[in-house]
Design a protein around this ligand. Structure first.
Ligand SMILES: Nc1ncnc2c1ncn2[C@@H]1O[C@H](COP(=O)(O)OP(=O)(O)O)[C@@H](O)[C@H]1O
Ligand SMILES: [Mg+2]
Length: 244
């Protein structure tokens, strides 16, 4: 059976209700307005990465539908408006790929490579052989600058070992930190929120769609909260580019 390629129902539903302003969510909002193709959220379980990714999935899908609802032109003869088909917005858990038969696997990976938007959740929980195929998908998406949200519970070092420089060099195309690392590779910290889900009260910060990515904010995340990852991504890219 092929996977649904939609967020799991609990995440789908929860992401539509008011959310606490977690680091994952704040980062997601900034990335959305940045226009960069790829966002990578690393960090331990329960930090709200998947929920923030589900929030982004709704936003990316809404954007795709909005584009399709506006006429892209008019028929020369009839004068009737021409509409484009909405691009797909897909969701894939990395581990779902490995139980698919060859034909289904290549169909799913092919769709994921070209969809307008993709969330790739829990990267690194799959077999290493599958990681290579997922790496190919990400390479294509990065080159085509298709919006892609990646989450992983792996640490920065393990993630880099698995997905390596193919991905980091492409992530850097979306922005670079002063240290030379990828701006949108973020280590999400904070407490483990599993079992502690709460709705924000009215005093807590409201969603503000107008926030723009400010270099100050990202610099803060990367220097105070994710120095290892920033340094590692930067170091890896430097090492690769220095290689003969
Ligand atoms: N922004 C948020 N507001 C309220 N609850 C949240 C938020 N982010 C996460 N949670 C709660 O914490 C749980 C774990 O979040 P999840 O996104 O699955 O973490 P991760 O993917 O980092 O392991 C979620 O099921 C949800 O109940
Ligand atoms: Mg998760």
């Amino acid at each position: 059976m092929t996977p649904s390629l939609k967020p799991p129902t609990p995440l789908w539903d929860r992401a539509r209700r008011p959310l606490l302003e977690t680091q994952a969510l704040e980062t997601s909002r900034l990335w959305l307005s940045s226009g960069a193709w790829g966002l990578l959220m690393l960090g331990g379980v329960g930090r709200g990465k998947s929920l923030a990714a589900a929030w982004l999935w709704h936003r990316l899908r809404d954007e795709a539908l909005a584009v399709a609802s506006r006429p892209a032109g008019t028929h020369a003869d009839s004068g009737r408006p021409i509409y484009r088909r909405a691009g797909d917005t897909l969701w894939l858990r990395a581990r779902e790929v490995q139980r698919l038969e060859w034909a289904a696997r290549s169909e799913v990976l092919g769709r994921c490579a070209t969809a307008a938007g993709l969330v790739l959740d829990e990267m690194g929980a799959e077999d290493e052989r599958v990681s290579a195929a997922i790496g190919d998908v990400l390479e294509q998406r990065g080159d085509a600058r298709l919006r892609t949200v990646m989450t992983s519970n792996l640490g920065g070092g393990a993630f880099l070992k698995r997905y390596g420089d193919r991905l980091t060099s492409r992530l850097r195309a979306g922005g670079v930190t002063p240290e030379g690392g990828a701006q949108w590779a973020v280590l999400v910290q904070g407490e483990d929120m599993r079992g502690k889900d709460v709705e924000p009260t009215s005093e807590e910060p409201r969603e503000n769609e107008d926030r723009k990515a400010t270099p100050d904010f990202m610099a803060k995340i990367l220097s105070e909260e994710a120095p290892e990852v920033a340094a590692m991504l930067g170091a890896l890219v430097r090492r690769t580019s220095e290689a003969p």
